[in-house]
Each structure stands twice: as C-alpha cells, then as structure tokens.
Ligand binder design. Structure first.
Ligand code: NAI
Length: 336
C-alpha cells in the first residue's frame, strides 16, 4: 500500500520534490499540499497537473490522514511544522537545515524521544550522491589510509540580494558540515571562519563573500572549506580527501568536451537542482522504502540535523570573534 503524504511549502525545492514524489518515486501518494502564500500551492498543483488537495494550514494537512509529511518550507518554519507532525505521530522528511537554531533541533529531538525511536529524516542529500558514496567507501575501506586533511569548495554563481554573511554558513556550508564528518566518521572539535578580501561582485554591500571555514575533527583531521556564493562562473562543488597513502576526490560532473575556435572546453553547471538531481531521487526513495519496510527512516537523523546546527552556530560565532570556537554536543539519545 502506498505511503500517503503531504508537502508543506511549494517554493523552489517543494515544487521539485512534488514533481519527484508524483512521477519518479514509487510507493508514495501525495494527497495534500500547503503554502502560506495565498494561491501558490494551488497554482503549483495546477502547473504540475496533479489532483492533490490544497490545505489552508500545515496543521490541517498533518491531521488529514497522511502517513508522512515532507517539509520544504522556508528554513525558519521547519521546527514548528516538524514538531507538530511528530506529535501527531507522522513520519517526517524535513529539508535541510533541520532548524535554524540548535535549540530548535533539540526540541525536535525531544518530540521524537516520546516514541523512543526515529520518525524524521533530514534532507542532507549529498549522502546519496554517487561521488560522495564512493569517496566514503574508499575512506571506510582504508584505500588511502587514515584521512589527514580535506579540501573542499562550495561555489554558487550568485544568490539573492538579501543573502547574509551567516547564511553562507547556515544555508550553504551546512551541506559540507553534514557530509564531511559523515565521510570520516568523526565529530567536530573546533571551527573557525576566515574572511578573505571581499569580492566586488558580492550580492550586497552587507555580505562577506567569499569565506573560508577551517574545521578540525576529534581525531585531528583538518578541513578547509571555501564558500563563495557570488563566484559568477557556475555552481561548483569540490571535495578532496588526503590520506596517509593517497588522495581521493569527488568526480567532475560529466560534460562533453568541445573543441572549437582553437580551444578545448567542457561546460559547467549553474543550477544546484541539476548537480544533485539523482541524489534527490535516491534520497526520497530511500526514505519512502525505509518507512514502508522498516517503520523508521534510516537516512540522516534529527541528531545529524542537530550536529549541523550546533556546528553552524559555532562558525557563525567565529565570524564575530575571529577565533576558533569549540563544538560542544549535548548527550546523544540512545535510539539514534
Ligand atoms: P523558497 O522560498 O523558494 O520556498 C519556500 C516556500 O515555503 C515558500 O513558497 C513559502 O511561502 C513557504 N512557506 C514558508 N513558511 C511556510 C509555512 N509556515 N507553511 C507553509 N509554507 C511556508 O525556498 P526553497 O529554495 O524552496 O527552500 C526551501 C527549503 O529547502 C529551505 O529550508 C532550504 O534551505 C531547503 N533547500 C534545500 C536544498 C537541498 O539541496 N537539499 C536546496 C534548496 C533549498
């Protein structure tokens, strides 16, 4: 029997997940959607040619008989909807970040605690990307020996004008924060942000862009991550792990090599939706399958969402203090 689900927030990724859940993912039926912007959910449903009920609020959608709730609303709205859905006993797929503060992540964890089991998965889709999965296998199988350093970059062509200095951490680097400690099976120890010369192409006069984050793990791996959200040239994700016996990098995105006008070139992506398009499919299918077959999601948990949030908080603190800030975790509930 199909998992009945509702989706909250029909903006950019909400629309994309709605299309995915209705046409690509098996074992699931979308029965309801909601968006706080009047008329938006209805027009998205119409555009995608779906027969799906539009609800006036997330509360009504949650109590409409759905088994699972997909949260694709703005980041600041995630926590309240997630807690409401968990308290109603629903499975939850929540886009990253789980919440915008570590305290809100702990509230979500508290809500799960009453069941003593997981109900929620966070949308850290990089863990489902073929390149990252292969990189993790190489590290786990000790092909390059003990990891020592990681170099990575997360570049966007441009961002909206109201993107802020802290959002480079909480909205952009959050993906690296999650995937990197997962790659090396380690927790963070300290984190620091350095500000290089500000780009004159930054999207507003208030934003510090680019930034360099330096993260150390408990076992001593040193990670440098460059974040540049107005790099102009494309969407560029890179990750290179240096180990005692070798080095492993994410593969380049395949693209035809063109020889023309005395030059040889390949094109780069500009849209994040394309770069991880397969990973999003695998991620949502894994969530649906695990809930149906095992009665619990098995992807990134609320605890992973909390680790990302508390690490992001420390990085944002470092943006002000200029110092390396410690990452101190709460006690981990045993069911994670
Ligand atoms: P968006 O601004 O295009 O869409 C958000 C939608 O949520 C808007 O239509 C807004 O009206 C609606 N909304 C806000 N509060 C609501 C509430 N309380 N109830 C119902 N609807 C509400 O933003 P976008 O880019 O689609 O991002 C949405 C979320 O997905 C963000 O948390 C973002 O960080 C995350 N995201 C994740 C990505 C990934 O790679 N995993 C990629 C892009 C976004």
């Amino acid at each position: 029997m199909a998992l009945k689900c509702g989706l909250v927030g029909t903006g950019a990724i909400g629309r994309d997940h709605l299309r995915r859940l209705s046409s690509t993912i098996t074992g699931v039926e979308v029965t309801g959607v909601v968006d706080i912007v009047d008329g938006l959910a209805g027009s998205v449903v119409k555009d995608l040619n779906l027969a799906v009920e539009v609800y006036p609020s997330d509360r009504e959608l949650i109590h409409s008989g759905v088994d699972a709730v997909f949260i694709t609303s703005s980041s600041t709205a995630h926590a309240e909807t997630a807690i409401r859905a968990i308290e109603a006993g629903k499975y939850v797929f929540c886009e990253k970040p789980l919440a915008t503060t570590a305290e809100d992540c702990l509230r979500i964890i508290e809500a799960e605690k009453q069941y003593n089991r997981r109900l929620l998965q966070v949308g850290f889709m990089r863990r489902y990307d073929k390149g990252y999965v292969e990189l993790k296998e190489i590290i786990d199988n000790q092909v390059i020996g003990k990891p020592l350093t990681i170099h990575c970059r997360h570049f966007n062509q441009s961002v909206v004008e109201n993107y802020s200095t802290s959002m480079l951490i909480t909205e952009t680097l959050i993906h690296e924060i999650d995937v990197l400690h997962w790659l090396v099976n380690d927790d963070y120890n300290t984190v620091q942000v350095l500000f290089p010369t500000k780009s004159s192409k930054a999207s507003s006069e208030h934003i510090r862009d680019p930034q360099v984050a330096v993260l150390t793990t408990q076992s001593g791996v040193v990670i440098t991550a460059e974040i540049f959200v107005n790099c102009q040239y494309g969407y560029d994700i890179h990750c290179e792990v240096v180990g005692e016996e070798g080095m492993a990098s994410l593969p380049e995105v395949p693209s035809v090599r063109l020889r023309k006008n005395a030059a040889s070139s390949t094109s780069l992506l500009v849209d994040w939706k394309q770069r991880f398009i397969d990973a999003y499919d695998v991620e949502l299918q894994h969530f649906v399958d695990a809930v149906i077959q095992k009665g619990r999601p098995e992807g990134p948990s609320a605890w992973d969402g909390y680790i990302a949030a508390i690490t992001a908080d420390a990085l944002v603190r470092s943006q002000t203090t200029g110092k390396a800030e410690p990452v101190v975790l709460a006690d981990k509930p045993s069911f994670y």
